[in-house]
Design a protein around this ligand. Sequence first.
Ligand code: HT7
Ligand code: ZN
Length: 853
Amino acid sequence: PVTIHRGDYRPPEWQIPDIALDFALGIKETRVTAALSAVRAADAPAPLLLRGDGLTPAEVRVDGAVWNDWRMDGSDLVVDLGDRTAATVEVDTLIHPATNTQLMGLYASNGMLCTQCEAEGFRRITFHPDRPDVLSRYRVRLAGDRARFPILLSNGNCIASGEGEDGTHWALWEDPWPKPSYLFALVAGDLVVNRDSFTTMSGRKVDLGIWVRDGDLDRTHHAMAALKHSMKWDEEVYGREYDLDRFNIVAVSDFNMGAMENKGLNIFNTRYILADPDTATDMDYDGVEGVVAHEYFHNWSGNRVTCRDWFQLSLKEGFTVYRDQSFSAAMGSPAVKRIEDVRVLRAAQFPEDAGPLAHPIRPDSYQEISNFYTATVYNKGAEVIRMMATLLGPERFRRGTDLYFDRHDGEAATCEDFIRAMEEGGGIDLTQFRRWYEQAGTPKLHLTLAQEGGEWFLDIVQTVPPTPGQPAKAPMMMPLRLAAFAMDGGGAALPDTLVTLTGAAQRVPLGAFAARPALSVNRGFSAPVIVDYERAPGELAWLAAHDDDPFARYEALQQLMLDTLVAAVSGEAGNRDAVIGAVARTLAGAADDPAFVAEAVLLPSEAFIGDQMVTVDPDAIRSARMALQGAIGDALEGQWRAILGNPAPAATDLSPAAKGRRRLRGVALAYLAATGKEDVAALAFGIFSSADGMTERQAALATLAHGDSDERAHALDIFYQRYRDDPLVLDKWFQVQAWSLRSDTVAAVAALAQHPDFTLANPNRVRSLYGAFAANQAAFHQADGAGYRLLADLVIALDPKNPQTAARMIPPLGRWKRFDVARQALMKTELERILAQPGLSRDTTEQASKSLM
Ligand code: HT7
Ligand code: ZN
């Protein structure tokens, strides 16, 4: 496979200021005529390179006349235009949506036609430079059978429509904003719409539409509310207004990722649009709100200012994730949102940064760009933006973003452009900070507290671990928020302080204290680092109860739990009593802030416990975690039962308080289940049966799914019968079984893969079974390697159909270095078996071969 290098970037030799596309739509066959107005940008004559993927040109015309001076270079079309400086190049192609199982380009889903063009899908529709620094105004004519495709949508505004012959109709769409090809979209199908409107800050009325299949309309209200809140928030917080008269969203069931920010026509996975209390959990509701906001925010961070090349992906994705995280924090609880975001970072990004697929947020090379839509580019990218926002403070950060948007509006920009705007707008030197864009790996801060003549100091040693291709690292610049407390309540304390770290070793003066202070460090998770600082259980318990930063309270309790669990895994006693005491004290605040308490008292995940160990022992981790959960369950049984004894809030109540209470009830049920008490299955079944919404129903089902009670089988059957025709809910049925802590989960997942409702054609279904399974540490790492075989079998079967989704399943196999020798061998065998498949895609080849290194 060819490797593309960031340093090889060259500006395009031709620009295409205008494009006219004509689609004669059909599910089996669609005829595309593309007219590209090409203008030479290079000084010297160069042929026009039009990228293609699986296309054959039926005819090429230049300025209206048939043109034969073209050739194919692999799958690309090279048109020789001599020494012309401008020409209109027309190409006719035939494409076949029904057989497009990759879900890239134009494809069929549930009888409708839709597109996915990011990153390089447009070249599967028509020949085109298909690079993000070629921006064009699009005029798109869609024609098709009126009965089959009553709705015809594309980007921008519909400027004309009419009837054709033989029951066909057509629509002409025009998007006034120049855009790269990856933001092109069309949708044709039988859809219904939830219409609303939004008046922008300058008084323009925007028509909003959320398009879904008949029957789903009642499930679009939360998405519509989220859209309107997002539009308002972006005006208030970033001064950014929407810029077209229409904003459409379409929900499709078969989609490779979460959603896509096509200009004026977002296309969504149904999972991130449809929600009602009966079928969606509170977490699903939050997912809808966050993703709707994310795609909307791209209208400025991504569309108005786009990326010069795909190495700059974090320019739009990291910034937009930061924007959607800030929005969701403002809509609910900032503390809980921060905890959730850090949990995601630690679960998905830290392992990536510590493994064979580690890459900087701005990668240096790739074989297949789809493999770089990663937690590093997205979530670590967001942390990097957050650090700049922290270093600058809100006002200077806003000056920086204003400068960035105004200076680069209509351009294809780079990460460097963003940093420079922050420097100029914020009046700060970010020279050293740029290393966050260059160096992979999670920095580690080793802390020691020192005392000299009554003064206390914090000594910080920063190391950044070696990663593939980067053996040696320089220290990063980062904001570190800290505070110190006198645990006896008397004496001085250091209030919240922001320190800028720059050195490999740095001493921070804390002040004069009579006794060793309790140190609260990396408050709010101000930097995405691992902090190595040994603290006594008493100090952690004190911070868990008294720290005035909620994130730091959460961290202290998590650290206390983690220390105890890691000790237990190595057969040591740990300090269970301190954990139980701290959980009990935290629970006392449940009435005031149930959402925070629910997050804080959750035990660290098995995977995160494994991340603390030199060699992960999945079975010992599971035993230790279940034992601690059982001990906390037993010791605080009265409290857990009291939480469940109060009536659940109505499922229609989506206030943060109601969501928090439901979350805490789910946690309480899990703790009670861990006690093994006989009545718990009946209790869970009671909750399952009487639940008036999906949050309670799914929590009870998941708890039952871990056990082997009669109620388990009964509940799974009831759930299946009730929701078998609702794909998004049926996904949950697959998922809870793949998550199960039972010892027969590998066999159960293998059996579910043969279930008539399982299909490789739908990425949501694949992820709900295999994604959940690969995250089930003890099951996936079953000592005989059956879990690895199962995942490799999936990758091999899926790769020919949908390489992008197949490749995204590989990273769990790439973590082999972290396990014992026997498991290492088994995991590598499966990676080698995948690589030995003839005709393996570029996506899967890159992920599997890098995973073996
Ligand atoms: N910008 C979107 C990325 C995306 C995507 C990438 C590759 C293949 C399929 C895809 N679907 C969507 C999503 C986002 O970050 O907003
Ligand atoms: Zn995005």
